[in-house]
Design a protein around this ligand. Structure first.
Ligand SMILES: [Zn+2]
Length: 77
């Protein structure tokens, strides 16, 4: 589980990847998906983020600083 907050998502300079621990689905996390705003200290768990495929709320957050990492992450579905 992660304690990443909406604030973290809003101010992050690099895209964040979400990896479902249950079905291993990879999703790119964007501010729009979670309506992230700076100063919002709720965690992703608290706002009910869950896997769109299996519904699991257990996931890992991966920081994707480089475009090459982002591509590799999304290719490894
Ligand atoms: Zn899943």
């Amino acid at each position: 589980m992660t304690a990443l907050t909406l604030h973290d998502v809003a101010v992050s300079r690099s895209p964040l990847g979400i990896e479902c621990e249950h079905c291993m689905r990879h999703v790119l996390l964007t501010r729009a998906i979670v309506h992230a705003r700076a100063g919002d200290t709720r965690t992703l768990e608290e706002v009910g983020l869950h896997c769109g495929k299996c519904g699991s709320r257990n996931f890992n957050v991966v920081r994707l600083e480089k475009p090459s990492r982002r591509t590799a992450f999304m290719r490894n579905l």
